[in-house]
Design a binder for this molecule. Structure first.
Ligand SMILES: [Zn+2]
Length: 285
């Protein structure tokens, strides 16, 4: 049994993963606290509560940011209060804990449990509040020796474009993430991506923001195809749900910027599993 924890900017999703049945037997969701003290308080409570009702000694955690090999949080634009803190010091020390960037976790989750039967190489782009990406090359998570993760969401799609959560301008995340699209739409009553998607049915401006979001997503993804040429690209996260409505714009971005001979060598699919990040947190072991 493994306790999997997927930390997001809005929610912390948790589940007990049965390694024999390869499925979650218990699942709980919490709101993500907004201060360091309350954040670690709830995380410790989650661990203790699960421990009181079941037996496990392994905990896999997906985190929305960049963490080095010692557990130091280097970069976390959507949970800024945690930057420069050490994650592992604040958790109980009687467990084996593995922590990984959430986008890398999603890639592991898709590779091991996604149901696409991928042989060797997979790129998973997670599009939610932010944009992250993880890649499996030759069956292994692509990582450098310092374990500093990739920041695919901060690929520049427009020079001097919209301001991004990272402080730079013109990043893919500023155009194609839920937070980026909502910020561009600037409507006080539209606060979630689901609301924006609904609005786009009758509102031309909302539709345009989504069309541009998916077009730039195609532009960003074309860079990744040109670099990695994976067998398959899987789109996961809340924004990926709208893929079927805006596929045309996405493909236009891909075709315009992907080198011709690579265009037909990649399959692009929407994730079939709801919680690829949570599966990946369990899949760290
Ligand atoms: Zn950025």
């Amino acid at each position: 049994m493994i306790l999997a924890i997927d930390i997001g900017a809005t929610f912390i999703k948790t589940g007990l993963f049965n390694t024999y049945q390869k499925k979650f037997i218990d699942y709980k969701i919490f709101s993500t606290p907004k201060t360091t003290k309350s954040f670690f308080k709830i995380l410790n409570k989650i661990i203790i509560d699960f421990k009181n009702s079941s037996i496990f000694n392994k905990i896999g955690i997906g985190f929305p940011g960049n963490i080095d090999i010692n557990g130091n949080i280097l970069f976390s634009p959507n949970l800024k209060f945690l930057e420069n803190k050490n994650f592992l010091e604040k958790l109980p020390n009687n467990f084996i804990i593995k922590i990984e960037n959430d986008a890398n976790c999603a890639a592991i989750g898709e590779f091991k449990f996604g149901g696409f039967n991928v042989k060797n190489d997979l790129l998973c782009i997670t599009i939610g509040t932010g944009i992250g990406g993880g890649i499996i090359i030759n069956k292994k998570l692509f990582q450098n020796s310092r374990k500093i993760g990739m920041e695919l969401g901060h690929t520049i799609v427009i020079e001097n474009g919209e301001k991004c959560s990272c402080g730079k301008f013109g990043c893919l995340e500023a155009y194609s993430s839920a937070s980026g699209m909502l910020k561009r739409f600037k409507h006080k009553n539209i606060k979630t991506f689901e609301q924006l998607l609904k609005q786009s049915i009758h509102d031309k401006n909302a539709k345009k923001i989504l069309e541009e979001g998916f077009y730039y997503l195609g532009c960003g993804v074309s860079n990744f195809i040109n670099i990695f040429s994976p067998e398959i690209i899987i789109l996961s996260g809340g924004v990926a749900k709208a893929f079927k409505f805006y596929k045309k714009e996405f493909i236009r971005g891909i075709k315009k910027h992907t080198i011709k001979f690579l265009q037909n060598k990649v399959i692009i699919k929407q994730s079939k599993i709801k919680q690829s990040g949570l599966y990946g947190a369990a899949g760290l072991f």
